[in-house]
Each structure stands twice: as C-alpha cells, then as structure tokens.
Ligand binder design. Structure first.
Ligand code: ZN
Length: 185
C-alpha cells in the first residue's frame, strides 16, 4: 500500500467536507491518516507462519488451554469504522502447544484487516486449529461496533457476541460447557 497515494485520497476526502487543508491542524492530517490506516490494515501484510514464528512446542498436556480477554481492535468492512472488544480463545492440545503470546498475535493479524465479527471469529478458530492440530478449538468474540454507536441506530450499549466451536468443542457438550464456564469465571 503506497503511503503517498493514500495521502492523496485522504486529502480529497477532507477537501470534500469543505475543510481548509491549509489550516494548521489539518496540514499533516492526510499523511497521518494514511499512516494510521496502513497500521490498522497491516494484517494483510502478515502471514500465519510469520506470526507463529515456530513457537510451537511438544507437550503431553491434554487439559484445555484458554487465553481470556484478548483486547481486540478491528474495523468493520461495511463502514470502515472500528469495532472494539475482547476475544477468548481455547484449545485442547494434541501433542503440541502454542506460545501464549502467539494466540494474541493471531487475533491481531486478523483484526487488522477489514472484517465482520463473524468472519474474524471463524478465521481465528481455523488458524489456531491449523497451527496446533488441536483436538478442538473454541473462540468467543464480544465487541461494540462504532458504526452502531456513532451512526444509524446509535445504540450505545449493544454488544455483539459471536462464537465458533470446532472439533471437541462442537461435539462434546462437557468441553463446551467448561470453556463457557472458564470464560465467564
Ligand atoms: Zn459497520
């Protein structure tokens, strides 16, 4: 993504509001906005392999691994406005465990793309399953959407929850119940 080109587009967008691009506060805004947008979409320039970076370890642990309350900042693909919340990711290892920080980095990689919450939830679940070869994966995402809060219906407190259950999390009610209990606890 070319910074200069993006800067030109932002200049055009701001000009269209009727604003004066030469006034002090706005002079560097197109460039700053371009850089911010590049940062917020950097997930397109990352791959799962890079993010995981080999941090996969042999283990005979067979208890559920849960990473709770992973901060999440993404942008909805319908309005390009932020949605903000938390992800809870769990898996049942099958001989391999993933470095803990890597789960958060996987969430980040997919969050830094234009998304709908359902798609993000699914992509994180599929990625964790693919990387770990786990017996099952569960992902819950809870988020507030600025496109709901700032425009349209202006529902300030609506929070959306999405979940994807794979493998044992889908087929075994006890595993799913344990996951839900740990997330709420
Ligand atoms: Zn939206």
């Amino acid at each position: 993504m070319d910074t200069e080109q993006l800067e030109t587009h932002y200049r055009e967008i701001i000009r269209n509001t009727g604003e004066d691009l030469d006034r002090d506060g706005l002079r560097d805004t197109p460039l700053r906005a371009a850089k911010a947008f590049q940062f917020l979409t950097r997930g397109y320039r990352q791959t799962l392999d890079e993010v995981v970076n080999g941090a996969l370890f042999e283990s005979d642990m067979d208890e559920m691994v849960l990473v709770r309350d992973i901060e999440l900042y993404s942008m909805c693909e319908h309005h390009m406005l932020p949605f903000i919340g938390k992800a809870h990711v769990a898996y049942l290892p099958d001989g391999k465990v993933l470095g803990l920080s890597k789960i958060a980095r996987i969430v980040d990689m997919y969050a830094r793309r234009l998304q709908i919450q359902e798609g993000l939830t699914r992509q994180v679940a599929d990625a964790v399953l693919q990387v770990t070869g786990a017996k099952g994966v569960g992902v819950i995402v809870e988020a507030r959407h600025l496109c709901m809060m700032m425009r349209g219906v202006e529902k300030q407190n609506s929070c959306m929850t999405t979940s994807v259950m794979l493998g044992h999390f889908r087929s075994n009610p006890d595993t799913r119940a344990e996951f839900l209990r740990l997330v709420r606890g």
